[in-house]
Design a protein around this ligand. Sequence first.
Ligand code: SAH
Length: 252
Amino acid sequence: MLDRIRIVLIGTSHPGNIGGTARAMHNMGLSDLALVAPRCEPLTADTVSRASGADHVVHAARRVETLEEAVTDCTLVVGASARSRTLPWPMTTPRALAESLPAELAESAARVALVFGREDSGLSNSELQRCHAHVTIPANPDFSSLNLATAVQVLAYECRLAWLAREEMGDEAPSEAPRPEPLANHQELEHYFAHLERTLITIGFYDPARPRQLMARLRRLILRSRPERMELNILRGILTATEQETHRRSEP
Ligand code: SAH
């Protein structure tokens, strides 16, 4: 289970936080790290010093330019955020999230990404809207923003506790039957959203000049429903048929 949980850091500006994250991950048995557009050199003396022997996690980390690339194969993407946003999104706590992971990861193709934001500005609205849910560490409301590596530590610890609980149950652990149909992954969902947006513009339902959070609301609806790949293919088929019919009617 732990090998299918990816920690994603976006726009990190302090190498020490990358080292601290590597240490937190290795302590808790996680190894899959992705660095999205870091705003510092990820491997410095500071990184190695804060990693205290876990810098191999940083050496092995994938470095990419966008969140999409970091989570393309993930079937569940959860953004860590201390702040609530204007458009409410499904919220969870570290414990509830971790306890859901054994079932979430029952299928071998399932992958979970935990996404962390910049030290100065956190995650952008657009990044948060690419997540299925948001996880908030219930800290002091008057001082709720943790250090980046510390936030990773809290989530990684909860993942480990949930994994240990499952291990201790041994044969008595409830057996999670794999889903009959696989869930759509991030890339498939993003292709669907792009197709949906194009079609809504074509049929005149959506005007990007007056967005009114329409696409964000549709994203929230679809992401909340956790569609299977097969279901998403049906929805894309409807869009294709709509585009073809619109094209046919517009021909002289
Ligand atoms: N100043 C930023 C917070 C940066 S802390 C802001 O106001 O948004 C860096 C990252 O650590 C955050 O983007 C988030 O991913 C994580 N983090 C910090 N405190 C958190 C909390 N209480 N709950 C969940 N994630 C938290």
